[in-house]
Design a binder for this molecule. Sequence first.
Ligand SMILES: Cc1cc2nc3c(=O)[nH]c(=O)nc-3n(C[C@H](O)[C@H](O)[C@H](O)COP(=O)(O)OP(=O)(O)OC[C@H]3O[C@@H](n4cnc5c(N)ncnc54)[C@H](O)[C@@H]3O)c2cc1C
Length: 482
Amino acid sequence: MALNRRQFLSGVAAATAIAGFDPIGGRWIPVAEAKKNKPIPPLEGELVTDPSSLEAYSTDAGNIVYGTPNAVLRPASVADIQKMVRYCADNRICVAARGQAHSTHGHSLATLMIDMGTLDAIHSIDAGEADVDAGATWKDLLHLTVPQGLTPPVLTGFTGLSFGGTLSMGGISSSFDRGAQIDHVYELEVVTGNGDIVRCSDTKNRDLFNGVLGGLGQYGIITRAVVELVPALPRALNFQLIYLDDQSMFRDLWKLLRRNEFDDVFNMWVPSPMGPGFMSVLNAVKYYDPAQPPNQAHLLRDLEHVAPMMQVADTTFLEYALRVDAAVDGFKAAGMWDDVMHPWFDVFLPGRTVEHYVREVMPTLTPEDVGEAGFFLLFPQRRSRFKRPSLRLPQDEWIFLFDILTAAPTPGYDAAYADRMMRRNRRLFDKARLHGGYRYPIGSLDFARVDWVHHLGPQLPEHNKLKARYDKKKILTPGIDI
Ligand SMILES: Cc1cc2nc3c(=O)[nH]c(=O)nc-3n(C[C@H](O)[C@H](O)[C@H](O)COP(=O)(O)OP(=O)(O)OC[C@H]3O[C@@H](n4cnc5c(N)ncnc54)[C@H](O)[C@@H]3O)c2cc1C
């Protein structure tokens, strides 16, 4: 049953209509029982409460953590979000936004979930910026900007992610010299946990701006964003360099980073076709204008890869930007994505220890650790490009995001597999922390209070201050379990 404003106002279905929430009983209260409860405010959108519709919201891309919300708001306006957040604050009901639910550990689960997908307008695009609803996806924007010769400067591998989702997490790409997506935002509109609509930027309500960008949904729900656009060159040349050992891959990786001649550089490990173990595929990508094609021999000079095995993909910029989206579509069509458990492991490592960590970890990994539809990734990043304090990162000149994008062999929940993978992630995380690593919280990791204290470190007093100021009742985004 979806209750919209008209039904509330006219009293249609009054016998079953919901009038309030019982925080002690943890249930929504029918009108007939709700004489003394504070009524739900009239909404322009829908409040979904029927069990079969709610079932679709009970997990995320991880398929590991389950928890059916009591209700889902499909807002028709920011005012709807504001009203329901206020209602939740008054009644101490936990609430979280849900973008595309592509995080993997129950991040967006809450008693009241807000499906941001109903607010997905791209309001405007001009030469330097785009004004977007938080429920729109980066892919939606790319389809509009690339024909105009524009792109956001930083794109995640997969672009079917909501603005609100990646701006709450960070948004890391293989463009190693540009920081994260959160470093390219001019302004946000936020509904705070207190239910106030606040616009913030580097010059206006800066504490909220810095808090919310990479803030894991803890201080407000992002409803709208003004993000940077830069010129997009028409084509992308992707060299896939193959290595038989990681030492030579790392030597070339460091060389390419220091030369700074490519736009994107990242390593992928895939199951080796030559026997057990994994093989390094270093991707070095140059964007270009066909009027000025790049000098390939110069770009690839003095490298140690196995030259005859190199593959080169020369595509449009848009094809390159959407390559992971196309792969995910393929996995979906083959029944290898939906309902498949994805116990992902994601950690930032300092440049000074990354090779040591990889050398220790890679030999311990088996085909089950990656699965049929999974792989390992290493994204280098120049640390000085990252400006936002909520995203916790190691200190070093270079940092590396190491991801194990594990996929279970078949769809469906398997408790023993979940247990094995969660223990693996903890083991790998503990090792990463000893190497100066930080969790990138998109993945699946059980984190205790002491882990959060360590994770937030010097940011902890600011976190507490922002919580006390903007989410006084501590109702926002419980799924990440801070
Ligand atoms: C195939 C694939 C590839 C990926 N590649 C990358 C990559 O290259 N780089 C990278 O950084 N990440 C990557 N990710 C991870 C992704 O960035 C995060 O999981 C991101 O949160 C997903 O966005 P979403 O819209 O699905 O958010 P959701 O999973 O819906 O939400 C994530 C968290 O943000 C909160 N949230 C959502 N919307 C809002 C909002 N409007 N305001 C406040 N809080 C909100 C939610 O409550 C939840 O806690 C990838 C994920 C997938 C599935």
